[in-house]
Design a protein around this ligand. Structure first.
Ligand SMILES: Nc1nc2c(ncn2[C@@H]2O[C@H](COP(=O)(O)OP(=O)(O)OP(=O)(O)O)[C@@H](O)[C@H]2O)c(=O)[nH]1
Ligand SMILES: [Mg+2]
Length: 148
């Protein structure tokens, strides 16, 4: 994406990265981890709280559409302890049905921000448009450009 990249390993380094260049938008990613790893979750929370003290922040939980629906609510609730605003639903092209995600988003009043529909960045990152998502739910998930 040809943008500056920093990989802070401590909150001090994190603070330094946040303050470094006065960018209008800063994308913060975290390394993956198990929702059952409470130590990792509290470390994540520490970074999140720290960021909230520094900048105005919107948080998204990225859920892969091929997550086992039986586990979905537990995963959702684990990350809800930290708190998040929106859901990014990834890999919708790898599944045929993502109704369970819509159900949980509705139950907990959390909107979708983006969905990802393939491996091409950024072409396969799509706004979570309700009409397109309804179409995908009814017809299978891969939306081709001529259908959009
Ligand atoms: N088919 C398909 N593959 C995807 C999609 N999104 C990501 N991938 C692929 O999935 C793999 C993992 O993607 P990452 O973006 O690294 O996933 P992540 O959740 O950040 O992974 P961790 O940070 O390791 O937890 C890569 O090979 C991506 O190309 C998608 O929407 N569809
Ligand atoms: Mg990652």
């Amino acid at each position: 994406m040809n943008i500056d990249f920093f990989s802070p390993l401590t909150t001090d380094e994190f603070a330094e990265s946040l303050r470094r260049d006065g960018a209008e938008v800063i994308l913060i990613d975290t390394s993956g981890g198990s929702p059952a790893d409470s130590e990792r979750l509290s470390e994540l929370n520490e970074y999140l709280e720290f960021a909230k003290g520094e900048i105005s922040i919107e948080t998204s939980l990225v859920l892969s559409a091929n997550t086992n629906p039986v586990l979905l609510e537990n995963i959702f609730l684990s990350y809800d302890k930290i708190g998040f605003d929106k859901i990014v639903l990834s890999k919708v092209d790898e599944t045929y049905f993502f109704g369970a995600f819509v159900e949980i988003a509705d139950k907990y009043g959390r909107p979708f921000s983006f969905i990802t529909n393939g491996q091409e960045v950024p072409a396969d990152i799509m706004d979570a448009n309700p009409k397109e998502m309804a179409t995908m739910l009814l017809r299978g998930t891969k939306v081709h450009s001529q259908d959009r």
